[in-house]
Design a protein. Sequence first.
Length: 182
Amino acid sequence: MRIRSALLLAAAVAGLSACGPAAPEGASEARTGEATPAAETSAAGIQAAGLKLGGDGVPRFRNGWWEIISTEEGQTETSHRCIGDEIDTKVREMLTRETPTCQTRRSAIQGGLKISAVCAQTGGLKTETQLVMTGSDVAYDVKFGLYVVMPDGARDGGVTTMKARWTGACPPGVKPGEEIEG
């Protein structure tokens, strides 16, 4: 199955963000309405581990030309994308969306962050998502799992991985948000 890295990242963030608001500074949501210790998800703790976060707690990446290698169901796709400030706006918007039917956990891990969510859907279905992101503002790895859980407990879904690295300035004529496969 061929995937597009921008859509994958958007799906990963949307799948997780649709499950609750961004945690207030110094705390994260363990479950809707419960705060976990500040040290577990503090911006300083995550930044010390590698990812660079903005004041809003959203990871920041260097503007420019990125190579992104995505693997899903054993198939790999390489693409290149021009990243600009628009990515921060899109990610922030997705991460701060509020949905009361979800339980979200956010935590700092060695080198990055982990976000897990379980969201109730219509018809007794649930979605389970997990995003693990490690790296820095010039290279990062993402492991994203998305599963639909049926009322009988059966699960369907899978894991996608991405490895991305900044390679320099965007080529002449290529604007932020534009992507080229291959």
